[in-house]
Design a protein. Structure first.
Length: 239
């Protein structure tokens, strides 16, 4: 779990409280002081936790009409027409067609539900497909591939990032009891609760909810039972 003062991820407005704003889109956060434990969070610097309810995810239909994406969160853009440094969404795909453009970014897909799909590059060459239960595929920058559903609709976690600005890692983990996140400068963690329930220092997470965590140092405890999809976004040093 990590923090850095330059990167300011944004998400749909979440469970806001009066005066809750700290660089991110005005979501709630908790400050944990030096060697002081607050709600399971122990940190030597400011820890920011933003909860994003499933009801607030921004859903957008794809231009081709074969699917829709529910945006969980994204980094702030550098201005109009500039792709965000990273974005994470849950895709609901109902028929064959093309994936949305990654805007020059790299991409990783993780199957969340359904019987999977095949992927083909623009030239027709077969790429790694997504097979149940949790198939995944990492795609380099380039034209968006075409997809062919194996049987019926699918749900997919869709992480896109600009490799010149960020390094990204996508993980799928069971949540059994407590899970520790350690702070590192320049790193943001995105949590998506695929199943079950979880408790954060800022409040509970229900199935389909998301959370953003960051801190320069220290640790934060998430507890509960279920399945988590975790994205670790690390800002690259200039040059």
């Amino acid at each position: 779990m990590d923090s850095e003062p330059v990167d300011t991820p944004s998400a749909p407005r979440a469970r806001t409280q009066p005066g809750s704003s700290h660089g991110w889109a005005a979501g709630p956060f908790r400050r944990c002081g030096l060697k002081v434990t607050l709600g399971g969070c122990l940190s030597r610097s400011v820890t920011v936790i933003q909860l994003v309810s499933a009801a607030l995810h921004q859903r957008q239909r794809w231009p081709a009409g074969n699917g829709a994406s529910s945006l969980l969160a994204q980094a702030e853009t550098g201005g109009p027409g500039v792709a965000p440094g990273w974005r994470a969404a849950v895709d609901e795909i109902g028929r064959d067609g093309a994936l949305p453009d990654a805007e020059g970014g790299e991409r990783e897909l993780l199957l969340l539900g359904g019987l999977g799909m095949h992927l083909n590059a623009e030239d027709g060459c077969a790429l790694d497909g997504l097979q149940p239960p949790r198939g995944r595929c990492r795609l380099s920058a380039g034209p968006a591939p075409r997809l062919r559903l194996i049987e019926g609709p699918v749900r997919v976690f869709d992480l896109v990032w600009q490799p010149q600005a960020f390094d990204a890692q996508l993980l799928h983990r069971p949540l059994v009891g407590a899970m520790l996140f350690f702070g590192e400068p320049g790193v943001t963690w995105l949590l998506y609760l695929l199943a079950g329930q979880a408790t954060t220092p800022e409040g509970p997470l229900q199935q389909g909810d998301a959370a953003l965590l960051r801190a320069d140092s220290g640790r934060c405890v998430i507890s509960g039972g279920g399945e988590l999809v975790l994205a670790r976004l690390s800002r690259r040093a200039p040059g």
